[in-house]
Design a protein. Structure first.
Length: 145
């Protein structure tokens, strides 16, 4: 398993503004999609019921993206997500968007492991050991060449 998740996508017209440039909001959507793919890659889910019946989720508490060069309609954009930090209750992901070798944008997201109970406030939890084991295995894996 690689230490990153990478996706290549073709920019669709619906993702652009009137100038044919990718609308800034799409980068946040793409980061979230990569986060979901990360959890799938380690055999888990962004929302999951644990053996003890606890349902957990991973809401974002911060997200940022710095834009360096525009992405345009019909271009191919490669997005790579890496685990930047594993906290007691949170994960921080870094994402780099490229067109070929050119960096288009750099982003990061911090997500917190939370108990999900209908009718109750979110409650942050320590990351369950099952998740920690798989995340750490993923984060320590050598990059595939």
């Amino acid at each position: 398993m690689a230490s990153f998740i990478e996706q290549v996508r073709r920019v669709e017209f619906v993702e652009t503004d009137m100038a044919g440039i990718v609308h800034f909001s799409r980068f946040y959507i793409w980061m979230e999609q990569l986060e979901h793919e990360f959890f799938r890659a380690i055999g888990l889910s962004i929302m999951q019921q644990l053996e003890d019946g606890t349902v957990i989720g991973w809401p974002r508490v911060s997200a940022q993206c710095r834009f360096e060069s525009p992405a345009r309609y019909d271009e191919f954009v490669t997005a790579r997500l890496t685990v930047q930090r594993i906290g007691v209750k949170s994960l921080t992901f870094d994402v780099v968007f490229r067109r070929g070798e050119r960096v288009l944008a750099r982003g990061s997201m911090k997500t917190v492991c939370c108990r999900l109970r209908p009718g109750h406030e979110l409650e942050s939890l320590e990351i369950p050991q099952l998740y920690l084991d798989r995340i750490e295995e993923y984060a320590e894996a050598p990059e595939e060449t």
